[in-house]
Design a protein around this ligand. Sequence first.
Ligand code: FES
Length: 518
Amino acid sequence: MEQILINGQSAFAEKGTLLSDVLQETGGYKMPCGGQGHCGKCKVYAVGALSEPDSVERRFLTEQELKDGIRLACRTIIEGPAESRFETQKNAQILLGGQQDAAAKNTVTGSKPLFDKLGVAIDIGTTTLAAQLYDESGLLSQAGADNPQAVFGADVISRIEKSLAGEGRALAQAIRRGLSGLLTELCKKAGKETAQIDTLVITGNTAMLYLLTERNPDCLSKAPFIADWLAGEWIAAKELELPCENAKVWLPHCMSAFVGADITTALLANDIRNGESLRMLVDIGTNGEITLWKNGELFCCSTAAGPAFEGAGLSMGMQGEEGAVSYVKLADEVDAANAGDMVLDETSGFWVHVIGNTTPRGICGSGVIDAVRCLLVSEIMDETGFLEDEEAVIAGNVLLDQEDIRKVQLAKSAICAGMEAMLNKAELKMEEVDELLIAGGFGSFLNLESARTIGLLPRSMPKKTTVCGNAALKGAAQLLLNADRVEESREIAASAQALNLATDPFFIDCYMEGMLFE
Ligand code: FES
């Protein structure tokens, strides 16, 4: 065994071990592309008896970085005693659901909760986990955490690939450990024991539920992309290795391979069947999930936006955590006297907000959308996405380069074209839609005006737009608090007509046209 000093702490590893494996194990180090050598973001300081930098490292690292001892953790092999240091990775902002009023409503309607004494609602997001603990009096505590599967890759596709490569058990153990930690935290905050929990509702996208239950996700990875299991069933907590052995777990229904239980519960939370007659719900992430309710009919689709809006996608992209540029405005759009947390960046001339009010070290999804709008409006970038100078400064050392802009073009076009194709299928125009609901973490921090200007959202807008936060968790809590809603959620999922965008010529036309920043 070789001794490795990690951030000053001693650890041991066999010769031939990947440095990233040791960093993951001892320091919980996260790798954006799951160690596939695609992202170049697992940069750490590492010196000692290590393998020579390979071609992937030489592609992502400058000569100076190599001289300074910077290496890619996922490409560096331990050959003897070594030392490594890396910056502690902070948790991304986690959206919790807010207290549900269903407990109060239940007293009036007489409907029964799913739990007897203590119940938990959980949303397994690709990036974060969020959970709430309830008893019959209402919300007792809530907690959030990073999804520990992030060490296998930032997005769903990387994790499916890892599972297919034989790491399904490790992925399941990682998420189960993460959930167990959350349950312990919830109970500690509320002065309860985890063994007292009798019921859980766990929502998430289809792939997350496959990985939680250790199913083979092969069918989610290749055409015709038909899921062989769509949840909608009870399972024992013991099977998921959770610390409330005697509890039962309800996994809500998914709609398709790409439109999961998180969308079913988000629709439930927004009373999709009872409100206005024409409503659209969009959850923007690596995949954009889009649903449309039209007078009793439900259409759904998923469009692959790629990782441009996520931490792993762009050269300086990162999650919405400390050091991320999260909002950008033009010089004449902010009055210095009322700038609040925004500062005027001297290099770019833009007003920016950096999470944690610190030195900017990257840019998160909401910042990217704002920044692209500013580049467009100030004519630093033209409507084809062309940057005169190959790269544009946003704040300090944070840049967007030409390749980043191309990725944003692909992503925004995929989302907008998905919405247009769905409207076309339902024979509607956007302005006829009564309400557009924007769900999920990215949408919650999005500046809608910037999103419209760059064409991420259609320019003609519905009568009303509502940002609805973590609607997936809200819906899971509503299921937990009202057993009658289980049937309603089943009906929602069963009624969904899935649209296959890959074969829809209208989508393809809109996608091509939508690449321009008109
Ligand atoms: S290149 Fe190492 S994690 Fe992506």
